[in-house]
Design a binder for this molecule. Sequence first.
Ligand code: INS
Ligand code: FE2
Ligand code: FE2
Length: 303
Amino acid sequence: MSILVDHCGVEAEEKKVHDVEWSEKEIELGFVVPHANSFGHTFRDYDAESQRQAGVENFYRTNHINQTFQFVKKMREQYGKLDRIEMSIWECCELLNNVVDESDPDLDEPQIEHLLQTAEAIRKDYPNEDWLHLTALIHDLGKVLLLPSFGGLPQWAVVGDTYPVGCAFDESIVHHKYFKENPDFNNPSYNTKYGVYSAGCGLNNVMLSWGHDDYMYLVAKENHTTLPSAAMFIIRYHSFYALHRAGVYKHLMSDDDFHNLNWLQIFNKYDLYSKSKVRIDVEKVKPYYLSLIDKYFPDKLKW
Ligand SMILES: O[C@H]1[C@H](O)[C@@H](O)[C@H](O)[C@@H](O)[C@H]1O
Ligand SMILES: [Fe+2]
Ligand SMILES: [Fe+2]
């Protein structure tokens, strides 16, 4: 039997573990990282030969060409108004029944499954951190941007990994080659290590490619959630794999960012490796999550 151990900035390495040791490990570690996704590939294998992968690559091509500094600025201003809809967090979870993410090589289930799988997995290992359970439940709610009532944005403007705009695109970003067709790639104001930013300026001052992360962060902040800053950091940067997995762009981080990064790295293990075909009984867990929503959010939120 084998488990995959994945470290920040280090290639996934495979460790052989005997069956006896395995059961001990399971008790000790709680959540066990599966060795393959539901399609039989390793997780986040963007070079696997498959039909799904071709779609994912095409997704990143369009994403990398179109996410420019000006585009992100425009979207933040527009969506920051939160003048589209009023609804509760749970109503939003239910909307995700109708959303499938085309950027994801590991999951083709409706997104509500992923929210519950992530939250339930993290809840088992961190039973006392209720804020973390709720963070997991809501981290991908921003994907409602795909729905017509939210402007029906194309997939490239909603899902996929995120990265800073306004400075050089790091080579560790998935399918980096497609940035060559992004107008910012050859713009001297935007294509240097620091670009429009300065050393240690803090991620709060850095614009990331537009998508579900930053949108949900804006929704939570503007509706005055009482979730802690680590939760807000997770929501906002969970797709920023160049930072939390490859360990680059650290030159832009502040001390607070470093502290919150620890929580994000814990969270990522559950976000990524809980993706499976195993369904959670929604009605069974709903009362628990409703109580958390009540604790940390108003009844109705502006979206
Ligand atoms: O395909 C996935 C998916 O869209 C996730 O929600 C996002 O957080 C990941 O970073 C991305 O790679
Ligand atoms: Fe996400
Ligand atoms: Fe997720």
